[in-house]
Design a protein around this ligand. Structure first.
Ligand code: MTE
Ligand code: MO
Length: 257
């Protein structure tokens, strides 16, 4: 609900412009309920606009001198999973990023193909919920153009990132790391599938060969060891249904910063 203060502000705003804006709607302006309805609608529109504008704003970018010399690796840092070990042993020569689900054209992309896609380089700060931050320079394929290449189907709403590491041994396989983001973040210009960190090939500890950078959110959203992007309408049937490994264990799905 609007605060009394805000209601007051809206009422005076409407008093000033009301005659102009609502001039043709005398029946509504002369009806107090009608004014309340319009003021509420205007307040709602402003709040929604602010939300959308905020979601699209860029995360702060830093200078080369700000780059942390000791960027801390966290969570999985050397996956033991057999498939991952096999890829690593071959220097990811056979690695393919699979893009499937609600797409017109499923993709299977080698690292060379990923490196040829529209890219972006950015120096950003990574904030982990554990209370530490580090700054690094990331280069990678922009997710938006990649999704356009695959062509999203009408009912596409979320991108799920399936990772190559098992962070917790569970009987039902739900210990495999995964994450998900919505289309606002997927098309955000700083959202990239990073294959390089500080001008070098992405190290294993930080998610080789491919990790997500979704810069308006916390560390646990930054999926490492990405094997597959699945485009879905909802994630209820993936993992334990909350949209990510840590979300399944109680963390917020939207971890905005
Ligand atoms: N696949 C995978 N991605 C992951 C994790 C993980 O354990 N496995 N940990 C998350 C957490 S909590 C953080 S803080 C960052 C750590 O990224 P870094 O190792 O590059 O610091 O990765 C996130 N992405
Ligand atoms: Mo984290």
């Amino acid at each position: 609900m609007l605060s009394p203060h805000r209601r007051g502000w809206l009422r005076s705003a409407l008093a000033g412009t009301g005659a102009l804006v609502l001039g043709a709607c005398d029946k509504i302006t002369s009806n107090p309920k009608g004014i309340g309805f319009l003021a509420g609608a205007e307040g709602l529109t402003r709040r929604v606009q602010r939300l959308v504008v905020d979601r699209k704003a860029l995360a702060r970018e830093f200078q080369p001198a700000d780059i942390s010399s000791d960027f801390r690796p966290n969570g999985s840092i050397d996956p033991a999973d057999a498939d991952y070990r096999a890829h690593l042993a071959k220097g990811f020569a056979d690695y393919r990023l699979v893009v499937d689900g609600l797409v017109e054209r499923p993709l299977s992309l080698s690292l060379d193909q990923l490196r040829a896609l529209p890219s972006r380089t950015q120096i950003t700060r990574h904030d982990c919920v554990e209370g530490w931050s580090s700054i690094a320079k990331w280069s990678g394929a922009r997710l938006g153009p990649l999704l356009d290449q695959a062509g999203l189907k009408k009912n596409a709403r979320f991108i799920v990132f399936h990772c190559g590491d098992t962070l917790e041994e569970t009987l039902d396989g739900s210990g495999q790391y995964y994450e998900s983001i919505d289309l606002i973040d997927a098309y955000h210009p700083q959202t990239i599938l990073a294959y390089a960190m500080n001008d070098k090939v992405l190290p294993v500890a930080h998610g080789a060969p491919l990790r997500l950078r979704v810069e308006r959110q916390l560390g646990y959203k930054q999926a490492k060891y990405i094997m597959r992007l699945e485009v879905v309408e909802d994630f209820a049937r993936i993992g334990r249904g909350k949209g990510g490994f840590w979300e399944d264990r109680g963390y917020e799905w939207y971890a905005g910063i």
